[in-house]
Design a protein around this ligand. Structure first.
Ligand SMILES: Nc1nc2c(ncn2[C@@H]2O[C@H](COP(=O)(O)OP(=O)(O)OP(=O)(O)O)[C@@H](O)[C@H]2O)c(=O)[nH]1
Length: 249
């Protein structure tokens, strides 16, 4: 109850300061609850928070809720969804991923920010937590192995570069495929072993995909530069040249 009262105070004050603000509410430590209980708890909290807002005439205000726990990747998934709301190019990225996977026989693809392991976009098929965790683990493996065999004694930023790529074949006919897209972004795909037989096609499609992603972010950066010349305040929606959204870092 105390948490709900605090949420109400915070949200109403923030709304007064900026009515365009997005509100993202994380319900932590849900691992102790059964799946049914989790949904029920979220619904209950959502209902109470909305009722409190309706009492002060703020029924139009939208709160988004996420269930998280430190014992799985739910917190990363929740942050991914929050960050995606701040990326104006998200529909373009999703479209590119959809075209890429459908022409390459890939089941699922994530565009990851390598350092935070937040995915900034994925294709439009539903995300299941296990696939996401598998892809996060693959990034860890790639960075760890690169660090171990790095030529530099200190592994600062040398573990991930233009040459970064990895293929991991699991014993259940699944293949994980990782490739560098930009200095900060990586594509991680999940596919069946039989689809991987057409690796040449996948590599060619990836080359086109990578080029398109660079173009998307170059246009974003150019728009940002034009806007910065016109106005003195920075454009929060622009992206930087290397592909990391400026308003999410
Ligand atoms: N079961 C569970 N325990 C958690 C989770 N996150 C943190 N904890 C545990 O909760 C205890 C307190 O941690 P936090 O709640 O993160 O710390 P805090 O924010 O200073 O504590 P509060 O004053 O309760 O807000 C620690 O023992 C954590 O290990 C979670 O997702 N699930």
């Amino acid at each position: 109850m105390e948490a709900l009262a605090r949420l109400h105070v915070t949200v109403t004050k923030a709304y007064k300061a900026n009515p365009d603000m997005n509100f993202e509410v994380f319900i932590h430590k849900v691992d102790g609850l059964s799946d049914d209980h989790k949904i029920e708890t979220q619904r209950d909290i959502h209902q109470r928070a909305n009722d409190d807002l309706a009492d002060v005439g703020l029924e139009k205000l939208h709160l988004s809720f996420y269930l998280t726990s430190i014992y799985d990747h739910s917190i990363f998934e929740a942050f991914s969804k929050v960050v995606q709301k701040l990326i104006p190019q998200l529909p373009t990225l999703e479209n590119l991923l959809n075209i890429f996977i459908s022409n390459s026989g890939i089941e699922k693809a994530f565009l990851f920010d390598v350092v935070s392991k937040i995915y900034i976009a994925t294709d439009s098929s539903p995300v299941d937590m296990q696939s996401y965790e598998l892809c996060c683990d693959m990034i860890d493996v790639v960075i760890d192995v690169s660090c171990i065999y790095s030529l530099h004694a200190e592994c600062n930023g040398t573990a991930y570069d233009k040459e970064s790529m990895a293929i991991i074949k699991l014993n259940n006919t699944t293949v994980l495929y990782l490739k560098e897209v930009t200095k900060f972004l990586s594509l991680v795909c999940i596919l069946r072993e039989e689809s991987f037989e057409r690796k040449g096609l996948i590599d060619y499609n990836f080359h086109c995909f990578r080029k398109a992603i660079h173009e998307v972010f170059e246009v974003g950066a150019a728009t940002h530069r034009t806007f910065s010349h016109q106005a003195s305040s920075p454009n929060l929606n622009a992206v930087t040249h290397n592909g990391t959204p400026a308003n999410t870092v």
